[in-house]
Design a protein around this ligand. Structure first.
Ligand SMILES: [Zn+2]
Length: 430
């Protein structure tokens, strides 16, 4: 899809965007230039929109009648220059399920699950990558690069392939096999770095600087959480232009939860919803630097070890921590830390109650929600959305650990033996 103008006609105009603002010192920059961090203080930038202009372009009726069933239905809220070509991949517009069985178990009457594992490369990160490759192509850069715990990487590689761009991906060597395989299938050059995510990130930053590749590192590139925010816009629209009371999501680098908050704020500023939700920030007990800073009131984020099976959120030094903290604080959010056992239990719970298969980090939000519900932090009548951020097939080793092995019956193809086995087990287990 070409937005406006002719192919190859690069007009660097984003009428909907005002500036890029440093969240640390408040310095403003012209948006659209590939300035990722503040030249004055090194702070992370935020994209500021002209809501007055956006209001003249979009309203509930116009959105509701849109036939664009992807994140591009929210183009008025995205930092995409006129004349850009967006890829053919259908990122976004994932289903929002009313989860009655799960809600009954958790004591929540109005519970919904947003299954973002159903994106093209099976994670929410596809929303960010769609922006990254569109901007890279428009800027004339043929190679995109990033460091990632896995999902952002496979997502970037897939999105790049769909537009004929090359990708160079740095992953910590512990990244699950399925995610590394995904990268190779998408034709990426994969650099598996010995050490943790921090080590992969540092090496990628040096290489990007040296070789001039397009920098898709979410913490540095402020345009990416702008893609991730579309998940909130969809939730609000799918609920009939209503904001939930609570939104639960897992937190690693901080980019996703910051994007989620921005999406609701954008819709609110444009008059499309009339309130904002409270965020439930869920981290793993073995790696919870963002939540720990919130619990310690005004404390700064301190690095932590990366000790959890939820690899996508095993981020000891969150690169977008400041934005995450701001999102949780502004929304009067709740923080919940979950153990690996609770994450594995949530995988079973979601699968059994809703038919949704999430990876460990993907279901951590639901694990945290379950804990918050038990603590009675959430009123039973509240409108609640749990976002599943990645598909379970991305990490089958962890899924094997979560699976109920007793339900696996090995048997000869003989009906009498089957009947005997079922009697011996007292019927079919659930
Ligand atoms: Zn600054």
């Amino acid at each position: 899809m070409i937005l406006t103008g002719e192919p190859g006609c690069w007009i660097d105009v984003m009428r909907n965007v005002k500036t890029a603002l440093c969240i640390k010192c408040g310095a403003e920059y012209e948006a659209g230039r590939e300035t990722y961090t503040c030249a004055k203080c090194g702070g992370v930038m935020e994209i500021v929109y002209d809501y007055k202009f956006i209001k003249t372009q979009i309203n509930r009726e116009k959105l509701a009648s849109s036939k664009e069933l992807s994140m591009w239905r929210y183009m008025e809220f995205l930092p995409i220059e006129e004349g850009s070509r967006v890829g053919p991949m259908r990122s976004g517009w994932s289903p929002l399920y009313k989860a009655d069985t799960l809600g009954e178990i958790l004591g929540l009457k109005n519970l919904y699950v947003k299954d973002d594992g159903l994106n093209p490369t099976s994670s929410l990160k596809d929303r960010a990558s769609a922006i990254a490759v569109t901007r890279a192509l428009h800027a004339g850069n043929g190679t995109v690069a990033c460091a990632s715990t896995g999902n952002a990487a496979s997502s970037l590689a897939g999105a790049a392939a769909s537009l004929g761009l090359k990708s160079v991906i740095f992953v910590p060597e512990r990244a699950p096999q399925a995610k590394q395989t995904q990268l190779l299938i998408f034709g990426a050059t994969v650099i598996s770095v010995r050490g943790d995510y921090g080590a992969a990130f540092r090496l990628s930053a040096q290489a990007i600087e040296k070789y001039g590749w397009d920098n898709r590192n979410a913490a540095i590139n402020p345009y990416l959480s702008e893609g991730e925010k579309t998940v909130s816009m969809e939730i609000a629209e799918q609920l009939g232009f209503k904001s939930p009371d609570f939104v639960a999501v897992s937190v690693g680098d901080g980019c996703t939860i910051a994007g989620i908050w921005k999406g609701f704020k954008d819709f609110y500023a444009a008059g499309l919803i009339d309130k904002l939700p409270r965020l439930i920030s869920v981290q793993a007990e073995g790696c919870c630097p963002v939540n720990r800073a919130i619990e310690q009131k005004n404390a700064a984020i301190e690095p932590m070890e990366e000790n959890t099976i939820a690899d996508s959120i095993a981020v000891g030094v969150p690169r977008n921590g400041e934005k995450a903290l701001a999102a949780i604080r502004e929304s009067n959010g709740i923080v919940v830390n979950v153990s690996d056992d609770e994450i594995l239990a949530a995988m079973r719970l979601l699968g059994k109650s809703s038919g949704i298969f999430g990876e460990p980090a993907g279901v951590a939000g639901t694990a945290g929600l379950a804990k918050a519900a038990v603590r009675r932090d959430i009123p039973p009548d509240a409108l609640v959305v749990s976002i599943v951020t990645g598909n379970g097939l991305k990490d089958t080793a962890s899924a094997q650990r979560a699976a109920v092995q007793q339900n696996l019956i090995h048997i000869e193809p003989d009906m009498n033996l089957l009947a005997e086995e079922l009697v011996r087990r007292g019927g079919i287990r659930h």
